[in-house]
Design a protein around this ligand. Sequence first.
Ligand SMILES: CC(C)(COP(=O)(O)OP(=O)(O)OC[C@H]1O[C@@H](n2cnc3c(N)ncnc32)[C@H](O)[C@@H]1OP(=O)(O)O)[C@@H](O)C(=O)NCCC(=O)NCCS
Length: 141
Amino acid sequence: MIVTLGPNMIDDLLRVWRSADLSYRPAGRDEPERLRSEVALTTVSAFGWQEQGTVVGVAMAHWDGRRGWINRLAVDPSWQDRGIARRLIEAAENWLKDRGALVIAMLIEDDRAVSQHLADRLGYRYRDTVRYYAKYQFEDA
Ligand SMILES: CC(C)(COP(=O)(O)OP(=O)(O)OC[C@H]1O[C@@H](n2cnc3c(N)ncnc32)[C@H](O)[C@@H]1OP(=O)(O)O)[C@@H](O)C(=O)NCCC(=O)NCCS
């Protein structure tokens, strides 16, 4: 079942990211105290998929007032390929649509083939006319 991950459930996020080998930045954006503040924002929601009381999949939704973003999707390898990511994305989409999002987007790294396949299947279209530019405040931010 879908659950909302509040500030006291950051360990679940971190555990699933690690199990799925999703890179994260504990000295930067993913520092636990920072994550606790992030999920407490009214413009952010972290979702979990729970099996037998344990969170085995996670995704975050961020509403920036213009676009909705789905970030940090991961499912524990023992639970992959059962439709959990699809359900997490649907939960995040519904939350973003409720806030008025007309466009929902994901940034997916080049080597994440399963995630790209899933995005295609769920109606997302790859825009090859856009380049992602970012300015980091420090290397591991
Ligand atoms: C991407 C990820 C979250 C998908 O989670 P999941 O719960 O297994 O996904 P689902 O079961 O909802 O499956 C989605 C689709 O991918 C397919 N799929 C799942 N695992 C697959 C695999 N190992 N190889 C090929 N296809 C796979 C499913 O069959 C399904 O396709 P379909 O709709 O055509 O049947 C999971 O593979 C993961 O955590 N990967 C590592 C972290 C990552 O890449 N995160 C995304 C960062 S952008």
